[in-house]
Design a protein around this ligand. Sequence first.
Ligand SMILES: Nc1ncnc2c1ncn2[C@@H]1O[C@H](COP(=O)(O)OP(=O)(O)OP(=O)(O)O)[C@@H](O)[C@H]1O
Length: 296
Amino acid sequence: MNAIELTGVSKRYGEVLAVDDLNLTVEPGRTVALLGPNGAGKSTTITMLLGLLRPTSGRVRVLGRTPGEAVAAGQIGAMLQEGTLIPELTVRELVDFVRRLYPDPLPLGEVLRTADLTDLASRRAARLSGGQTQRVRFALAIAGAPKILVLDEPTAAMDVESRRAFWAGMRAYAALGRTVLFATHYLREADENSDRVIVMARGGIVADGTAAEIKAGAGGGTVGFSLGAQSAAGLDALPGVTGVEIVSGTVTLRTSDADATVAALYRRTTLDVRGLTVGGADLEDAFLSLTQAAEV
Ligand SMILES: Nc1ncnc2c1ncn2[C@@H]1O[C@H](COP(=O)(O)OP(=O)(O)OP(=O)(O)O)[C@@H](O)[C@H]1O
């Protein structure tokens, strides 16, 4: 049975078609990043997955049930962009209060450890920083040991150290066979913390695969070499080249076809090419080319 199944799901807010005929299945145990620019439809998709919003059309299933049934059975844990904590309670009290609402919760110590909150357990919620509050919200999301964890931009407001601790906790949680779906703007986070990246733009899916597949599928990359005092004239006309950048005598060509660019560099120019480097596209290039193509 699939962990998540969206079939022909659309959501319209008046004039705005926020999600456009989305089809998506996620098998159990996967960690999936939902990546996309502002307004791509990520939050709307997540909100429908949690049963907080009804699709205008289409069908949503979580572990074979409606979202409402899955939530009622404690099978989904969520960390959304909003949500306040009870300020008078300590971190320990809050986490314990929430975990007791579930039939088969994680042990308190394990929740605190996974969310890197052991040292903050006695701190009142009112006295937590933004990043620490986010970690408590993560703790509350996993407290009931849900099979499916849904996180909407979980690292917003976290500093570098909190982020690192958060992702380590998330990976530890996922490593026990649970399914995780998280939305992010951060390409690097998607690349490092998921085994599948779904790129959304304008309410639809524009790419779906591992980060490596998406990078390869977007094609292209960079060709660099030491130009020294030689002229850069004509480099922008070589096959595949989409951009030329020169910094301190080193040129970097952005190209949609690195092989063709390198071949032409040797055959069609008289340049003395030294220190040649060829790099693949990074996820950022792939993301931009995919999401911009969808804007047209
Ligand atoms: N309650 C609402 N009423 C009207 N329009 C909405 C509402 N919520 C979202 N939208 C619109 O739906 C589209 C998708 O928004 P959504 O928040 O799902 O995107 P997102 O990918 O999560 O963006 P972000 O990364 O900025 O959170 C946007 O055009 C947004 O303006």
